[in-house]
Design a binder for this molecule. Sequence first.
Ligand code: HEM
Length: 134
Amino acid sequence: MAKVYTLAEVGEHNTREDCWVTVFGKVYNVTTFLDEHPGGDEILLAATGKDATDEFDDVGHSHDAWAMLEKYYVGELNKSNIPTKNIPSPALLPTKGVDHRGKKKNYFVYVIQFLVPLIILNVVVAFLSKSSAS
Ligand code: HEM
């Protein structure tokens, strides 16, 4: 079972040599990532000791960034330390390669993407058969 940390415990890891952050109720040890983080190390160090979900989310981190999280996962944040809005629903829990923000494509978009090429194909076929008949 995953280890559960309080925010105070996570906050003890707030140095360049030992840096943990919490995002969406999960705890990540980003020490080895500090020098690689495209947003810089200072911003990660400043994000220690608090729930950094809003900051992480505001940046609009890419799918790749979300996928990287898994690599640094060390445990769960004690639920009472997570603002309710930042508790992930089971549907949004990390799964490799999935955009955890849960921004799913609208069903309507899928239908349109399927129908439009079909309609175009139909028009072309109808046009070709009409012109070859005449
Ligand atoms: C803990 C895990 C984190 C990972 C794995 C991570 C990963 C990344 C990656 C891969 C990028 C490049 C852009 C992208 O692909 O989205 C990025 C950019 C950035 N990140 Fe993070 N990040 C983390 C945490 C945070 C936190 C907690 C903050 C804010 C407190 C933050 C702030 C930023 C900023 C400001 C940028 C630069 C955006 C830009 O200049 O376009 N990141 N991060």
